[in-house]
Design a protein around this ligand. Structure first.
Ligand SMILES: Nc1ncnc2c1ncn2[C@@H]1O[C@H](COP(=O)(O)OP(=O)(O)O)[C@@H](O)[C@H]1O
Ligand SMILES: [Mg+2]
Length: 152
């Protein structure tokens, strides 16, 4: 999927938000500046989370309440082991929330039976691409219903 502008990445996030259910884990992969946080901002908007979502790099994890579902936003950039992931105690909120983890690939998949992996790539220009990789659960069926609408 081509994402020419930041608005397109946010729109993908909003569309994904419509599919989200309690207990979902969404893993975001891609280099610095690929648009992972922009995507989470779109998810937050789609869930109706109030306030601005910023990168939780120094906080590691933030819970945003007040939307359709609680959104747990994690930045695992500084976490390089499964033990450190355990220390965050994500399981406490996992079942009732949507958990989205930047830099989570290879670290957090074990937290749940199913997850959605979103790979973002970045070229020279502003153009980004997203690849969605469903894993387990009902993700494949749900993605069939993904409807990305243009910037509102
Ligand atoms: N098509 C695009 N999609 C997402 N972000 C884009 C795009 N084009 C340019 N950008 C810019 O790239 C940056 C992405 O930052 P961010 O989402 O914080 O990346 P990450 O969290 O992956 O490090 C933002 O400054 C955004 O405005
Ligand atoms: Mg980020």
């Amino acid at each position: 999927m081509n994402l020419p502008r930041p608005e397109d990445t946010a729109a993908l996030g909003r569309a994904l938000a419509d599919l989200l259910e309690p207990g979902d884990l969404v893993v975001l992969a891609g280099p610095l500046g690929a648009g992972k946080t922009v995507l989470v901002q779109g998810i937050g908007a789609g869930l109706g989370v109030p306030g601005r979502i910023t990168s939780p790099t120094f906080v590691l994890a933030r819970v945003h309440r007040g939307g359709r579902l609680p959104l747990v936003h994690v930045d695992a950039y500084r976490l390089r082991s499964v033990d450190e992931v355990d220390d965050l105690d994500l399981d406490a909120d996992l079942a009732s929330s949507v958990t989205v983890v930047e830099w989570g690939s290879g670290l957090v998949e074990q937290l749940t039976d199913a997850h959605l992996l979103v790979r973002l790539t970045r070229g020279d220009s502003d153009e980004r691409t997203a690849t969605l990789e469903p894993s387990g659960g009902t993700w494949a069926e749900r993605l069939a219903g993904l409807r990305v609408s243009a910037r509102s």
